[in-house]
Design a protein around this ligand. Structure first.
Ligand SMILES: [Ca+2]
Ligand SMILES: [Ca+2]
Ligand SMILES: [Ca+2]
Length: 265
């Protein structure tokens, strides 16, 4: 008879699956104190109500309060503000985004703007940013097709110390061909805050090495960040990937998650 061992194996397997599927107990709303989580800057969250997602960022109030992470706040949308700006003209050179004022002007007035919990990472042949392959969450209701620009703005929590960022649009050089005739930038308002992107890649970028940049953060805190994608050549893949790491000499390898950022103007 082979059945008993098989049955035993099935029971063991079922047991494992059962064990894995047991979710952590939901936080007890009465036990959650915004002060304990440290995440209620705005003072309007109050005791959480199970199942409610007051700020609409996809994470329930009680989960945001119960995670012990002050960045995830039931009263603050955790994500970034996505802004569609002007369309690159003539070329997609980084020269159009040389300093902060010029970069900001490209997105003011905006074509469209909304807070998103995802969308700052894509690699797609589609040219319309409302295509699902861009991964915007929520998705854009409409889009221009073809060349476009998008800026992601918010505050990123950073501990004191060195932080490095890298940006990749698929460029291997800084000329119009190898630079993909486009531009990707990371701005971090911290440290010496030079009036230039911390990291930049693409056509007209300062150098290929400029795709990675590091900043010394003096104190734990939240710092304004801008991730900028400037897309001209629609015959190239629309690719945008930003990576981060903490520590001197580190190699940026971690994507920025929605839980790390707050969509503040
Ligand atoms: Ca929420
Ligand atoms: Ca939290
Ligand atoms: Ca939140």
């Amino acid at each position: 008879m082979r059945n008993p061992p098989i049955m035993a194996a099935l029971v063991v397997l079922a047991g494992c699956r059962l064990g894995e599927s047991i979710a952590t107990a939901p936080p007890d709303a009465d036990q959650l104190d915004p002060a304990t989580d440290g995440g209620d800057d705005d003072g309007d969250a109050g005791p959480c109500e199970p199942g409610r997602d007051g700020d609409g960022d996809g994470v329930a109030d009680c989960d945001e309060l119960g995670d012990g992470d002050p960045v995830t706040d039931p009263a603050v949308f955790n994500g970034l503000i996505a802004t569609i700006g002007e369309r690159p003209e003539v070329t997609g050179s980084c020269d159009a985004l040389d300093d902060r004022a010029e970069m900001s002007d490209r997105f003011d007035p905006s074509v469209a703007e909304m807070p998103v919990i995802a969308g700052w990472e894509f690699d797609t042949a589609a040219d319309s940013y409302d295509d699902p392959s861009y991964g915007f969450d929520p998705p854009w209701p409409t889009a221009q097709s073809g060349r476009f620009s998008v800026r992601f703005h918010g505050e990123l929590a950073l501990a004191a110390g060195t932080h490095c960022f890298a940006v990749d649009i698929g460029a291997t050089g800084t000329d119009i061909i190898n630079g993909r005739n486009g531009c990707g930038q990371v701005w971090v308002d911290a440290g010496a805050s030079p009036d230039a992107p911390l990291a930049e890649t693409g056509f007209g970028a300062a150098s290929t090495d400029a795709a990675t940049g590091c900043v010394a953060i003096d104190a734990d805190g939240s710092y304004a960040v801008d991730l900028v994608f400037w897309y001209f050549n629609i015959f190239e893949q629309a690719r945008f990937a930003v990576r981060h790491c903490a520590g001197a000499g580190c190699t940026p390898d971690a994507p920025i998650t929605a839980a790390q950022v707050q969509a503040r103007p």
